[in-house]
Design a binder for this molecule. Structure first.
Ligand SMILES: C[S@@+](CC[C@H](N)C(=O)[O-])C[C@H]1O[C@@H](n2cnc3c(N)ncnc32)[C@H](O)[C@@H]1O
Length: 187
């Protein structure tokens, strides 16, 4: 009986491990594995983006929703989280429901490459360098002038970055159409 229980435990641990490993691999394959932005960095990046009450913050690859929780709670922003991993989608929704922020923040299960981003006032990114590179052209096409893009850790190499004192904080402002059609933020 003891050996049977022990084997069942091992089997349960192996199944959970396999599900977590598959999830990480799936997210990585789609653009970036799940790894949360530290709260201190989230606040600094949202401050750098000058998020104002009522503005729409879009977190492309929102993980468990923690960035949007801070944006809604501390900056009174609205939020849209786009997340490919179904388990993370439900964790994010539950966290926001528990915080009574479901009316302010929506979590959408989708591939961020297929979602129209033009409604964003602020776009938050924490992906990978190659994913940011692949995203640049879509952002150039869709984001409105004045939209702020903040990227933790990775750059948008073709874009002109705002001065920053932290090498992990990358801040961009989409250019004004008056100066150059939607590409003024690009080098
Ligand atoms: C490094 S985590 C960042 C999570 C969250 N933004 C944060 O800062 O705490 C990247 C997230 O992007 C998600 N992701 C990766 N590729 C994606 C894609 N193509 N579409 C939507 N979400 C994606 C992953 O599942 C993961 O949760």
């Amino acid at each position: 009986m003891g050996v049977y229980v022990e084997n069942m435990w091992l089997l349960a641990v192996a199944i959970v491990g396999a599900v977590v490993a598959f999830g990480l691999w799936y997210s990585l394959k789609k653009g970036a594995p799940w790894w949360p932005t530290p709260a201190r960095r989230t606040r600094a990046l949202l401050r750098a983006a000058d998020v104002k009450p009522g503005e729409l913050v879009v977190d492309a690859g929102c993980g468990d929703g923690r960035v949007l929780l801070v944006a809604a709670r501390e900056f009174s922003a609205r939020g849209l989280g786009i997340e490919i991993h179904p388990v993370l989608v439900w964790i994010a929704r539950l966290r926001l429901f528990a915080a009574r922020l479901s009316a302010q923040v929506t979590i959408q299960r989708a591939d961020l490459f297929s979602v129209d981003l033009r409604s964003a006032d602020v776009l938050f990114l924490f992906l990978l360098q190659e994913t940011n590179v692949a995203l640049q052209e879509k952002l150039r096409r869709e984001l409105r002038p004045g939209t702020r893009v903040v990227s933790y850790a990775f750059t948008l190499p073709q874009w002109q970055e705002q001065p920053s004192t932290d090498p992990y904080h990358h801040v961009y402002v989409v250019g004004d159409t008056a100066s150059s059609p939607s590409t003024a933020a690009m080098v």
